[in-house]
Design a protein around this ligand. Structure first.
Ligand code: FE2
Length: 314
């Protein structure tokens, strides 16, 4: 279970791990982190006070060696990391790839990440691997598939995972369950935790015309162990309507910062990642985005602490 006030998982490390890192070094603080990109390595190493943690995409480290692993090893010496998968295809109807699971587990054992996460989406069909995270209809049948896949992944890698809500551009007419109820039921059946991507909520809400706040108020916030924030692109669809794309290539929008503040006031401070995956900025720009998240987390932490003191005194 996660401590709702710190976001720390009470998970134990995989028994197969090499224990090269101090046991405490895997814990991810309830502070702000950023995506780790190799172009920032020298700036990070030269920075006396960079960020609380770094997140990496598992699929970028599935080769055997070379610079990617040397860079990540160096970062892992000083910081906890979060391992984020994007290709497990948990939401698909087909069996999970055993080869992919084995490669994923090898990374968990090697780097002892503080948090491990995947997407509520699918990205493979037969032998075809797609670059996109595709949505799925929310039905009793897909719920069973997703839960079986999460059970299999958690059991295979020996760790509890966090499941991330998708950003969507289409909805399925045959869905019979709301996304928030679908996610709530997954948590109940599998014991997984949640990675709440607030930007994905804003993107989906804008594209489909629902209230992001209503979605968040119906979301099982008590199970959130990590938050994602990212910039999005604004386009027009064929009918001239605004279409938001979850592009991870710019600063976090003001509306998303406001939703983030509302969420952490409700859920308490949790590890919060600023995702930036393309059109990478200079390190100071990325760091300033993390600092903005940190200020909100600090304000909320202070409020939580004062609330606890008042509760103790009364
Ligand atoms: Fe995300």
């Amino acid at each position: 279970m996660a401590d709702p006030h710190t976001g720390h998982l009470a998970d134990t490390p995989s028994t197969a791990s090499t224990t090269r890192f101090a046991a405490s070094s895997m814990l991810i603080p309830a502070s702000a982190g950023v995506s780790f990109k190799h172009t920032h390595l020298d700036d990070i190493l030269a920075d006396r006070d960079p960020v609380g943690f770094f997140e990496v995409h598992a699929e970028n480290y599935m080769g055997d060696g070379g610079f990617p692993h040397r860079a990540l090893e160096r970062i892992r010496e000083d910081y906890p990391i979060s391992l984020h998968g994007v290709c497990m295809s948990i939401g698909g109807p087909e069996p999970l790839s055993r080869d992919h699971l084995a490669r994923f587990k090898a990374l968990v054992d090697r780097y002892e990440p503080g948090l491990v996460s995947e997407h509520l989406a699918w990205s493979t069909h037969d032998d075809v691997f797609m670059n996109d995270l595709l949505p799925l209809p929310y039905t009793d049948e897909t719920l069973s598939h997703v839960c079986a896949h999460i059970d299999e992944m958690q059991s295979f890698i020996g760790r509890r995972i966090l499941l991330e809500n998708p950003s969507t551009y289409v909805v399925f007419e045959n869905s019979t369950i709301s996304e928030t109820d679908f996610i709530r039921e997954i948590v109940s059946r599998t014991g997984c935790g949640l990675l709440l991507d607030v930007s994905n909520v804003f993107v989906s809400a804008t594209n489909h015309g629902f209230s992001p706040l209503s979605y968040l108020m119906d979301y099982p916030l008590e199970h959130v162990c990590e938050i994602h924030l990212a910039g999005h692109a604004v386009q027009e669809d064929d009918e001239g309507e605004t279409l938001l794309i979850d592009s991870h290539d710019t600063r976090v929008a003001e509306a998303v910062w406001n939703l983030f503040e509302i969420v952490v006031k409700q859920a308490g401070p949790v590890p919060t990642l600023v995702e930036w995956d393309s059109d990478l900025p200079a390190w100071p720009v990325l760091k300033s985005e993390a600092a903005a998240a940190e200020r909100i987390l600090d304000d909320v932490a202070t409020t939580f602490l004062m609330g606890k003191r008042h509760a103790t005194a009364s």
